[in-house]
Design a protein around this ligand. Structure first.
Ligand code: FES
Ligand code: FES
Length: 160
């Protein structure tokens, strides 16, 4: 019999209380218990970045963190950042520059890219590539993704 724990956390600004199995991963909890299916699951061992979410302000792999480890934490997903409009400029730039095709990698890519935008006002293309190097895209060849991220960072820098 799997051990279960009661957890409370804040997901996209909303308090959540649930009983979870000890081995349930955070991304599975978000998808299956809360219906937040924007965070995707692919490799399930921390390689592809499809499951990227934010925990207490830092991006993490949702497939490498257990739901019980998020007890007491603030978790933000691509749905939350989209609703709050934090991702608005990036989403627009991705759309305009065709930085997505199948879209499977896109939620994780947006989460990683926004993390860089929030932390840096000036970056080289190499730094952008390094920052998203843990997020795999099988479709685009990355060029348009880097273009989109660079555009938003330059836009933000111009605003001061
Ligand atoms: S599904 Fe988590 S890194 Fe690939
Ligand atoms: S757009 Fe298809 S995997 Fe990135």
């Amino acid at each position: 019999m799997e051990q279960a724990f009661d957890i409370t956390l804040t997901v996209n600004g909303t308090p959540v209380a649930r009983r979870v199995e000890a081995r349930q991963h955070l991304v599975d909890f978000l998808r299956e218990e809360l219906g937040l299916t924007g965070s995707h699951v692919a490799c399930e061992h921390g390689v592809c970045g499809a499951c990227t979410v934010r925990v207490n302000g830092e991006i993490v792999r949702g497939c490498l963190m257990l739901a019980v480890q998020a007890n007491g934490c603030r978790v933000d997903t691509v749905e939350g950042l989209s609703d709050s409009k934090e991702l608005e400029k990036l989403q627009k730039a991705f759309h305009e520059r065709n930085a997505l095709q199948c879209g499977f990698c896109t939620p994780g890519m947006l989460m990683a890219a926004q993390d860089l935008i929030n932390k840096k006002t000036k970056v080289s293309r190499e730094e952008i590539r390094a920052h998203i190097s843990g997020n795999y895209c099988r479709c685009t060849g990355y060029q348009a993704i880097v273009d989109a991220i660079e555009e938003v960072i330059q836009m933000e820098a111009a605003r001061g």
